[in-house]
Design a protein. Structure first.
Length: 382
């Protein structure tokens, strides 16, 4: 009789995995089972594998949900590095020697209740503009030259159509577009500091003179104040940058104030939220959500008393107030360029005023604006 010996079972397996296009996974291979002698006690017998070995072939085919499999593989490979890969540092800048060509469209709708009869008003304004950037002689600041290439407006009030297009002056039957068309082709010269913030308009008086001068008697000039013109240039910029790199879901605050001579001011406070990276027009961009509140002061602002007595006094006599101001939208920011490729913004508010048909009653006019600013082209300054 053979003495007792220690044996260890050794199992080996070799296999291949095949994933078919039809969603099937096949596993084929074999399992080997042998007993190994680990003791040399008793009558001598060669150490190693005993003669009792077996090898069995197998084949398994099963249907797997490929979407889940791919999701698992992708998440496994990316785990631990995705948060770092998606964190970016936003930087905006005006590039010296470049010309930015943009288009802006503003659509506004409001509804008035006049003695129980509702009157709808719709307006669409389109502007094509360009901004050329050149170096300043101090080596730190930059010179910006903005130019309106086309201006058009279409209005529908109570079923009556009116409008103008600077590209078609012969169709301006009401003469509404003459003052707007006077701005087309005129250079507006600005200075940007070393942080690329517009700080000065060098030829504002000359520019506004082409509109017939400022003052309460010129409503078009009131639309294009110094602050309003500067604000248009900032449409392609973020109003505030985060303190450091951001990842999807991060938010940061911003605010600014827009003065409106003869009218008052609008104060805006909001939040930017980085949603992640995406494509806009085939260009990698950071998608940034915008949410803000607007507060209106229609007390005349910082206008001289004589001028404030015009628009501001008239609004006060009409009992006019603006409330419920809200702004929301999306900015597609090209971080490599340092400029927004597209900005889509919705502004909603309510205007309350005395009812002309019943002065002892108030009427509320809901207003909604959709503003889209698109960077259509970037080219070298000629």
């Amino acid at each position: 009789m053979w003495p007792k010996r220690k044996h260890r079972a050794v199992i080996t397996m070799k296999s291949t995995i095949t994933l078919s296009a039809g969603g099937f996974i096949s596993i084929r291979g074999g399992v080997g089972h042998c007993l190994k002698n680990e003791s040399s006690a008793g009558p001598r017998q060669p150490q190693g594998f005993l003669p009792s070995c077996d090898f069995t072939l197998f084949s398994i085919t099963m249907k797997l949900p490929l979407r889940s499999l791919f999701t698992f593989i992708a998440s496994t490979l990316c785990a631990g590095s995705v948060s770092f890969a998606q964190a970016i540092e936003l930087k905006q800048q005006w590039r010296t020697g470049k010309k930015y060509v943009q288009s802006m469209q503003m659509q506004q709708a409001s509804t008035m209740d006049m003695g129980g009869q509702k009157m709808e008003q719709k307006m669409t304004m389109n502007m094509d503009m360009s901004t050329a950037v050149r170096a300043h002689e101090d080596g730190k600041q930059k010179r910006l030259t903005m130019k309106y290439d086309r201006m058009a407006m279409q209005m529908n009030m109570g079923g009556q159509e009116m409008g103008f297009d600077s590209a078609k002056p012969e169709d301006d039957k009401l003469g509404m577009g003459k003052q707007f068309a006077a701005m087309v082709g005129k250079d507006l010269k600005m200075i940007a500091n070393d942080q690329d913030e517009v700080t000065e308009i060098e030829n504002f008086e000359e520019f506004i003179g082409a509109l017939g001068g400022g003052g309460a008697g010129n409503p078009v000039a009131q639309m294009f104040t110094k602050d309003a013109l500067t604000d248009m240039v900032k449409q392609s910029a973020l109003r505030g940058l985060p303190s450091g790199p951001v990842k999807p879901g991060d938010s940061w605050p911003w605010s600014y104030k827009l003065n409106m001579p003869q009218v008052g001011a609008v104060g805006i406070k909001g939040t930017y939220t980085y949603k992640g990276s995406g494509q806009k027009g085939g260009v990698p961009c950071a998608e940034i959500a915008v949410d803000a509140k607007m507060n209106f002061d229609l007390g005349g602002g910082e206008a001289p008393a004589a001028e404030a007595g015009g628009a501001a006094a008239m609004m006060k006599a009409m009992g006019m107030k603006m409330t419920g101001g809200r702004m929301s939208g999306t900015i597609w920011f090209d971080n490599a360029l340092g400029m927004a490729r597209e900005t889509q913004m919705t502004q909603e508010m309510e205007m309350t005023m005395n009812n002309p048909a019943a002065p002892d009653q108030k009427m509320t006019i809901p207003m909604k604006q959709l503003v889209t600013v698109t960077l259509t082209k970037v080219e070298d300054v000629k």
